[in-house]
Design a protein. Structure first.
Length: 305
């Protein structure tokens, strides 16, 4: 694995340079070019070892495609962002021989046919979160405080349903004013902002919630927090955008809605859903083992082509 030197992994690690997070902890705010410099340093480490691997699986942005050169046909790229904007259109047009694994069918629809290598839904360790059979009397929101994720909508829906809400997540560095303008004025005794939550705190928040609200306002390519909630047995009330209809089984693991009124009505019948069944569907569909099997199948297909 090519990653920052402070990464926690059991895999053989190639990485002589710290993460952006570690540098910010040490120096405070860093120059805006630092992420690109770290990316270039990591790609140089890869360039020196290109011949060592059968398949090179990249999770970067753009520059790796040029570096791979003739190795592109035996590579795989996973894009963890939306792919329907101009930057990706230019990228895909310039590298039609770059195999790309979509993280949802919704994302794949915006990837040119020449680049499509298959769809692999995300998965997480089945033991990372545990089933919580009896939740507390609140709903949860977990995500960046941004207009893409719409925590303000989540607060309004919870209030309309007569339920308190607890919100966890970072204030988006790309849209820092959004929280102060749209979210902070809505906070109160029934709407609590917890700030960023680590994995243990996230498990407590999601497991204790009657439901996760996921009121996205963009073409979500996957939405990892939805399967994290399901791992706790917690149903998801999510807007019908992007990957949501693939991830949430309406009436089984949550409800797929299109408005605040529909979301509030869904919360009124959230108790009809079986939390043990939600956990079981997570284990069937969204474990790390299943994800690994799917990627291995793509690797073998690329090698045999």
């Amino acid at each position: 694995m090519f990653a920052p030197s402070d990464s926690a992994t059991d895999l053989p690690l190639v990485g002589d340079h710290p993460s952006l997070f570690a540098l910010e902890q040490r120096f405070g705010r860093v120059a805006p070019g630092v992420p690109a410099a770290l990316d270039a340093l990591q790609l140089e480490a890869l360039r020196l070892r290109l011949g060592d691997f059968d398949i090179i699986h990249c999770h970067g942005e753009f520059a790796h495609a040029a570096l791979l050169g003739q190795r592109r046909r035996h590579s795989l790229t996973t894009v963890h962002w939306r792919v329907d904007e101009l930057d990706r259109a230019l990228f895909f047009a310039g590298f039609p021989d770059l195999p790309v694994a979509a993280i949802s069918a919704a994302q794949e629809a915006a990837i040119p046919a020449a680049n499509r290598a298959g769809v692999v839904h995300h998965g997480i360790d089945r033991d990372r979160y545990a089933l919580r059979a009896e939740p507390d009397a609140f709903v949860a929101f977990v995500g960046r405080m941004t207009d893409q994720k719409r925590p303000d909508t989540a607060i309004r829906v919870a209030r309309a349903a007569g339920l308190p809400i607890r919100l966890g997540g970072t204030i988006d560095v790309g849209n820092p004013d959004y929280f102060d303008r749209q979210v902070r004025p809505l906070l109160g005794p029934d709407a609590t902002y917890l700030g960023p939550v680590d994995d243990a705190a996230k498990g407590e928040l999601l497991g204790g919630a009657k439901a996760l609200l996921f009121p996205i306002d963009w073409p979500e390519p996957f939405g990892l927090v939805m399967i994290e909630a399901m791992a706790c047995g917690t149903p998801v009330v999510a807007w019908n955008r992007g990957s949501v209809p693939e991830i949430v089984e309406d009436g089984v693991t949550g409800f797929v809605v299109s408005s605040e009124d529909e979301a509030a009505a869904a919360l009124a019948r959230i108790g009809q859903l079986d939390r043990a069944m939600i956990r079981a569907r997570f284990e069937e569909r969204f474990t790390a083992e299943r994800m690994a099997r799917d990627y291995l199948a793509l690797y073998r297909r690329l090698l045999s082509a």
